[in-house]
Design a protein around this ligand. Sequence first.
Ligand SMILES: Cc1ncc(COP(=O)(O)O)c(C=O)c1O
Length: 394
Amino acid sequence: MKTYQVDNEGFYGEFGGAYIPEILHRCVTELRESYLQVLESESFRQEFSSLLRDYVGRPSPLYLSRRLSEKYGCKIYLKREDLNHTGAHKINNAIGQVLLAKRMGKKRIIAETGAGQHGVATATVCALLGMECVVYMGKTDVERQHVNVERMKMLGAKVHPVTSGNMTLKDATNEAIRDWCCHPADTYYVIGSTVGPHPYPDMVARLQSVISEEIKKQLMEHEGRDYPDYLMACVGGGSNAAGTIYHYLDDERVKIVLAEAGGKGIDTPFSAATIHLGRLGIIHGSKTLVMQDEDGQIMEPYSISAGLDYPGIGPMHANLAAQRRATVLAVNDDEAIRAAYELTRLEGIIPALESAHVLGALPKMSFKPTDIVVLTVSGRGDKDLNTYLNYNLQ
Ligand SMILES: Cc1ncc(COP(=O)(O)O)c(C=O)c1O
């Protein structure tokens, strides 16, 4: 039987691994040797699950969206990660990794952030557990996600605006890695998605897998069966999607649909649709699909959404696409904005711009009336109100 899980060396098919500078070798090896032991220990599991329940507010609801279902001619359930404390799925991973960092004796936490949701989540957990926190964020994102910057500051984190490249997520990640190289002994780098060198993609997927664990139980209660016909999620680096599909990866009854950011269109120079446009390369320690020019230089991605404009993609997702286990659709800025308004007006839920991309994939699908669809709303749209209100839809 095919498996889509990671192997012992951190590869998903030909994607993944750990391509790191010598100076990080010790910390990545230390992490690799401790993460499974810690994540599977009873004391970690108890602390993690009680924080997810009492602090984050899990389980997040699985909500039958009646008016959206009517519109698309099937049964659509929304997995409401937007209702988590801090407003997105990112907190699941941040809690897990900061708990791990504490157990590894680290004192200082660093993180990169795009939309600011991972930065806010990490700053929140650092406040809760009394850890120093430094967040790298591209200057473009500092401007378009201003509210999240203020939240991080109030939580006690230091936010470093990054001015290299096009000043977005890739550049923030470069800076965080640079910091890590300078402080390898006392610093723990909390990566916010299923990217980076092994073991990060696997670790982040495991920490987010609570999403599909809950979907199984909740579908059983609602539908008397524990699997849907379709699972749908947006992909930036891939963490909310990984969490949504984790427990269904090898269940071929379930079709997986991923939405990446088309930007202004995949046939224009303004896109972040890495699975459509990328070629095999190495980015931030991982062998995966990378948007690059003919000389192998990484291209500047573009999306209206700060959380999706990354020129790489998690190795798990690159493999799912290569094996045709997942269907990947590119959803453009205007399609995402239209979909965000649609959900808001039909259901009274304002989604994050990132989540709006998977909603924008719905009109591209054709469902049967008996199909059960679970779509993850990865975050809420409060941080994106200015973008929504100022966008001129053609
Ligand atoms: C609400 C939300 N959804 C999705 C993403 C994309 O990240 P990932 O693909 O890791 O879920 C982000 C990233 O910032 C986000 O804030």
